[in-house]
Structure formats: structure tokens, C-alpha cells
Design a protein around this ligand. Structure first.
Ligand SMILES: [Zn+2]
Ligand SMILES: [Zn+2]
Length: 336
């Protein structure tokens, strides 16, 4: 089969890759498509990423082979499958740190979503695979995983009705956050220098959106001068922290949804302590987050139809990566 193989920083090549064989409890999917995620791009440019590798984890496909003992699906079903699954029973899992479970990272889709076929391991089939109803498109279904990650973050920052939340970076993830934070009862301010992105965020429910100076003024007004209760950072890395700390109310939370390679956080301990600020982060999502995201998407509660701006074939994945890096694309959807 064809797969796009990572061969070193910035180097992606469409190559022949062995079609995976499945075992008991497993399922083979023929890919309909896979979303390109910011975390895929971070790995593609990182010199520390091991080679060869096939990325892609926002997977939608059709069940073509079923291993012995699988009961939840039949051949021909259209499904989404998540790539990481926790054990559900260890110290980490029992305390809500499912994405830090030792089994979590060992449970990858094989080889990854940028391929013609993927093997879904047995724990993923059991706990993180969902049958997509007819009325939901492939592209919409591919948002189950990113939406689940955002849900986890929104739960972690504990939104209360009447909060003012600022979302930094209005790419596809920022646009999901705008909607989730609003549903949770916050007045949302989007921050992004790109005018079309700010406009889309307003259409999706942000009370205001614009470049940093505008966002700063808007959150001040909405919070009655107190400052934002939460700042969610989806892009910009550590550089955003001093600004975020400045616009947060005393006791507020800044949440990092992405890691910047090599970045250290520039914040005075005195500020953190005396103003009782919280710096938090979430990585990936749990099966419960995925189930909740699947429910929201299939019920049409979260709008994703404007978020895919570019579609590329597997062989043109590198071009899709460039579109995202130049911030020309909100979301790139990759099809075999
Ligand atoms: Zn992702
Ligand atoms: Zn566990």
C-alpha cells in the first residue's frame, strides 16, 4: 500500500509500506481521510523525531477486515478510531491523568493515518472507535479527536458561567475552543492577527476577536476591568505567557494546548505566587473525552464545516504541511 513516510526533518515521501496484518480483536480500516494536526507538523520539523514514521491520527475509514472476537462493528462500517488508549485501571488513569498512562503511548494506530490502510489495535477497537452515522461527513467526523483534546482542556480550566476566556490563535483548534468555551458559559475573546480568522471566530460565537491590542481591550471591557479568567494558548508558545499573565485577573489560569520545542516559560515566580496564577496544560484526550466529542459532533452542536480549508491527496501531504506552516490553511484534510 502507499503511505507517506517521514525520513528526517521536513522530509516526507510517498512510499510503498507493508499493508498491516490484523490479529484477534483488531480491525483493518481503508482510509477515507485523515486530518493534518499541528502536532504532526511539530514532529515533522523536530530533529529528535525518530525515522521512519507514518503520522496522522485524525482518522476516518471503512472497516474492511475484522479479527476474531470483534463485536462492535461489521465490514463496511464507516468509523473514526483514536490512536492512543489508556489502560483505564492504573494510578494515572484512576486520577484523571489517562493521557499519562504508560499504556497510552504504546497503543498507536499502525502505521498512522497518512496511509491507505491502518490496523486498529484491540484496545482502540474496544474503547476509542465510533461508528459514524450517515448524516455526518468524513471531514466532520475527522474532528472527533481534536475536539476531544479541546474538551479535556476546557474541563481542566474549570469554566464557570460569567467567566471571560481569551483564546490565543484562531486556527481550527482555536475555533473549536471558541465554541466549547461559549457552551460552557464564558464570554469568549479571540486573539489572532489574521482578520479572516477573527471574523470566523466571531461568527462561531466569540464576543470579540482581533489582534492582541483589540483582544486585550475587549477582555478588559467584558470582565469589567478585572481581567480574563482563562487564557487558552493554542499557538505562539512561551512568548505568549508574559502577555497572558498581564491580561489575566488575579487568580486566573493560563492553559497551554501546545508545546513549543525548546521553549522555557518566562514568568516571574513572584507574579505566579502573589497573584495566585495557575499555569496548566493538557495533552491529547481520553476515551471519555472522545465519546463526548463524538456526541457533540453527531448532534451538530459544534460547527466544523468551515474549518477544513484545503484538501490534499496523500502524495501532496508536504504541500499541506507548508500551507499550515504559513498559516494559510485552517485545517488540511488528507485523502488517499
Ligand atoms: Zn490531532
Ligand atoms: Zn492507565
Amino acid at each position: 500500500m502507499k503511505a507517506v513516510v517521514f525520513r528526517g526533518p521536513g522530509r516526507l515521501a510517498a512510499e510503498d509500506w507493508p499493508r498491516p496484518a490484523i490479529g484477534d480483536g483488531e480491525v483493518l480500516l481503508r482510509l477515507n481521510g485523515c486530518g493534518l494536526c499541528g502536532s504532526d507538523i511539530a514532529k515533522i520539523v523536530d530533529p529528535a523525531t525518530r525515522t521512519p514514521a507514518v503520522f496522522g491520527h485524525e482518522v476516518v475509514g471503512e472497516v474492511v477486515t475484522i479479527g476474531a472476537g470483534v463485536t462492535g462493528c461489521v465490514i463496511g462500517d464507516r468509523v473514526v478510531a483514536a490512536h492512543h488508549v489508556p489502560c483505564g485501571d492504573c494510578h494515572y488513569c484512576r486520577r484523571g491523568s489517562e493521557t499519562m498512562c504508560r499504556a497510552f503511548k504504546a497503543s498507536n494506530l499502525d502505521p498512522g493515518g497518512f496511509a491507505e490502510y491502518v490496523r486498529v489495535p484491540a484496545p482502540n477497537v474496544r474503547h476509542a472507535m465510533f461508528r459514524v452515522p450517515r448524516h455526518v461527513t468524513d471531514e466532520a467526523a475527522s474532528f472527533v479527536e481534536p475536539l476531544a483534546c479541546c474538551l479535556r482542556a476546557v474541563r481542566r480550566v474549570r469554566i464557570e458561567r460569567g467567566d471571560t476566556a481569551v483564546v490565543v490563535g484562531l486556527g481550527s483548534i482555536g475555533c473549536l475552543f471558541v465554541q466549547l468555551l461559549r457552551r460552557a458559559g464564558a464570554a469568549v475573546v479571540g486573539c489572532d492577527p489574521v482578520a479572516e480568522r477573527a471574523e470566523l471566530a466571531r461568527r462561531l460565537g466569540a464576543a470579540a476577536a482581533g489582534p492582541p491590542a483589540d483582544a486585550e481591550a475587549a477582555q478588559r471591557e467584558l470582565s469589567g476591568g478585572r481581567g480574563a479568567d482563562q487564557v487558552i494558548v493554542t499557538g505562539g508558545g512561551a512568548d505568549v505567557l508574559p502577555w497572558a499573565a498581564e491580561i489575566l485577573r488575579d487568580g486566573g489560569t493560563v492553559h497551554f494546548f501546545a508545546g513549543g520545542a525548546g521553549d522555557a516559560l518566562p514568568l516571574r515566580l513572584e507574579t505566579l505566587y502573589h497573584r495566585e496564577l495557575t499555569v496548566s496544560a493538557t495533552y491529547s484526550s481520553s476515551p471519555a473525552d472522545l465519546a463526548e466529542a463524538f456526541g457533540l459532533l453527531t448532534a451538530g452542536e459544534i460547527a466544523v464545516d468551515r474549518l477544513v480549508t484545503h484538501r490534499v491527496s496523500l502524495g501532496r501531504l508536504a504541500a499541506g504541511v507548508e500551507l499550515m506552516r504559513r498559516r494559510e490553511a485552517l485545517k488540511v484534510y488528507v485523502t488517499p
